[in-house]
Design a protein around this ligand. Sequence first.
Ligand SMILES: *Cc1c(COP(=O)(O)O)cnc(C)c1O
Length: 360
Amino acid sequence: MIPFANPSLRFQQFENRLNQSFSEVLNSGQLILGNQVEKFESNFSQYIGTNYCIGVNSCTDAITLSLKASNINSGDEVITTGLTAPATAIGIINSGATPVIVDIENNTHCIDINAIEDAISEKTKAIIPVHLHGFPADMPAIKEIAKNHNLIVIEDCAQAHGATINGQKVGSIGHFGVFSFYPTKNLGCPGDGGAISTNDVRAAEYIKTLRNYGIKDNRITNTGLNSRLDEVQAAILGVLLPELNDHNATRRMYARKYIAELESMDITLPVSSEDAVYHQFVIKVKNRDRVRQQLLGMGIATGIHYDKSLKYHPALANYCKELPIAHKACNEMISLPIQPEILDNHFDEIISALKTVLVG
Ligand SMILES: *Cc1c(COP(=O)(O)O)cnc(C)c1O
């Protein structure tokens, strides 16, 4: 069976260097909030192009902490997209604010700009666009809306480390960028991790206290979370960050190859873009379940991102507007393997199976 994704294959490629960084941490005697975290924060903010980066435990917490630092909580509304990891909405709910979940745009599958405008109320305080599947959301339009309504913009970059808009990295365009280093992400560690990028010095300082219970000068003045990036994960991320551009370029190369091979098929393909980082390579087909089943029969595992819009989660449904475009996309999407470490060995096999199944 060709797996859909296998992050261990990537870690194994850098095994010696990762083991070395692990030993360094063990021998340093500093296991929590030490040099490795500081060094990674500095390198990652430089990579993204912001003045500050704060390492945290996950993207879910990064969303909660960005909202807390913006003084957004109970009674406030935060607009986000109906097609994303449920974690995006959970991060909002954990802050005390109310998510207002709106439909997507049919081509990019990112949040629909008109739907944002329609959802703005007196209570709206922030917008959280998601750069879904590694494709940047329409940030110029979102920033314009935010400016007109005085809203905070938090970019969910969990699927888009290194993606760009007009040469500017996502995560440096809104007030905050929030990242996940979950193992399968474009930049992943063998555990949990996350980060917040920002140019706001006051928010950055505040988030540094909030991620560590809220402690400042040995006193809790505002209650926070226990949400630290640990030294081991930071050290490993420090080894993998310099490899990220090559990794993304290889994903783009395979995306171009998929597109060239499948162009004549009766399916919807993602666009070829130098701005995207192809966290997923998502095609849309009419008879999705049959296609996935047949591919599986030929030894090829695929994924779906996502099989349901957020409206289908019982605890999230009440926060959702009508989501017809997301709903339709969810019924047609298939994520093909796009991890370079898998395609390096199996691309031809996958293409030949796809061609057989898609004409059938
Ligand atoms: C993975 C993901 C998250 C959650 O990240 P965690 O680090 O697991 O909290 C949030 N948003 C999106 C778009 C994701 O893909």
